[in-house]
Ligand binder design. Structure first.
Ligand code: IPE
Ligand code: IPE
Ligand code: MG
Length: 233
């Protein structure tokens, strides 16, 4: 019998890749792939919080590089993000703070206004945090942190100063990063936070990443020997 799951990440990152390839393999449009991907995201995120008690889940939904995609695809994603900020997020994710990472206002004033209000309303939720990277770039996050530090007049900077100026300020360090679809790169996601994260690259495309796959990833994480530079004597 399998061992019990006792060591669960406090902070999980998800690069939800492969929506397009999943759709193509099924003869569907890329938009249908995103639709399936984002409905799967809801299922998996709920499992993370309410079954496993993971405190923070950070999701790469749209990168600053994704503007290079055809307008039709970007428009469809905009629709999905609009639904997110219009929808009943608080009902879907009770006790969860919704925290957007990135310059999500580039998707329009409506998304900017509703998204900011959603962040403000859910700020009080300290048990769980869902970080949604929308128009996100890890390099831009660091540039923004540096500029904020300068404008605050801070003269001496250490690791903590930088960490406190990131979108993930105050949250647990990233423990595990999962990227689906068999791509072995970060594509500009959470470059600072990934420093000591365990990396996991399942081959399945994101819309097909099931609760069972999540469980497998968590068991894999539990089995990893995290040494943080030290040795075992
Ligand atoms: C990732 O899936 C989701 C977003 C970028 C929103 P892709 O759209 O990158 O899917 P593939 O990589 O083309 O299969
Ligand atoms: C990374 O996936 C961004 C998201 C999952 C939102 P991409 O599909 O855009 O990354 P590349 O182009 O393969 O590096
Ligand atoms: Mg991709």
């Amino acid at each position: 019998m399998k061992k019990e799951l006792i060591k669960v990440p406090k902070h999980l990152g998800l690069i939800i890749d492969g929506n397009g390839r999943w759709a193509k393999a099924k003869g569907l449009t890329r938009s249908m792939g995103h639709k399936a991907g984002f409905s799967n995201l809801e299922r998996i995120v709920k499992e993370c919080f309410y079954k496993y008690g993971i405190q923070s889940v950070s999701v790469y939904c749209f990168s600053t590089e994704n503007w290079n995609r055809p307008e039709k695809e970007v428009d469809y994603l905009r629709k999905l993000f609009k639904k997110m900020v219009d929808g009943d997020m608080e009902k879907k994710y009770p006790e969860v703070r919704i925290n957007f990472m990135g310059d999500f206002g580039k998707f329009g004033d409506d998304i900017q206004k509703k998204g900011s209000a959603l962040m403000e309303r859910t700020k009080k939720n300290t048990k769980f945090t869902l970080n949604l990277g929308i128009n996100y770039s890890g390099q831009d996050e660091l540039v923004k942190a540096v500029n904020d530090i300068i404008s605050e007049g801070i003269k001496e900077v250490d690791r903590e100063t930088i960490a406190n100026h990131l979108y993930t300020a105050g949250q647990a360090p990233l423990d595990l990063l999962i990227r689906t679809s068999g791509e072995y790169r970060l594509s500009n996601f959470m470059l600072w936070q990934v420093a000591y994260a365990e990396l996991y690259f399942p081959s399945c495309h994101w819309p097909a990443f099931s609760k069972k796959h999540l469980k497998e990833a968590l068991y894999e994480f539990q089995g990893r020997d995290r040494r943080f530079g030290a040795i075992k004597e």
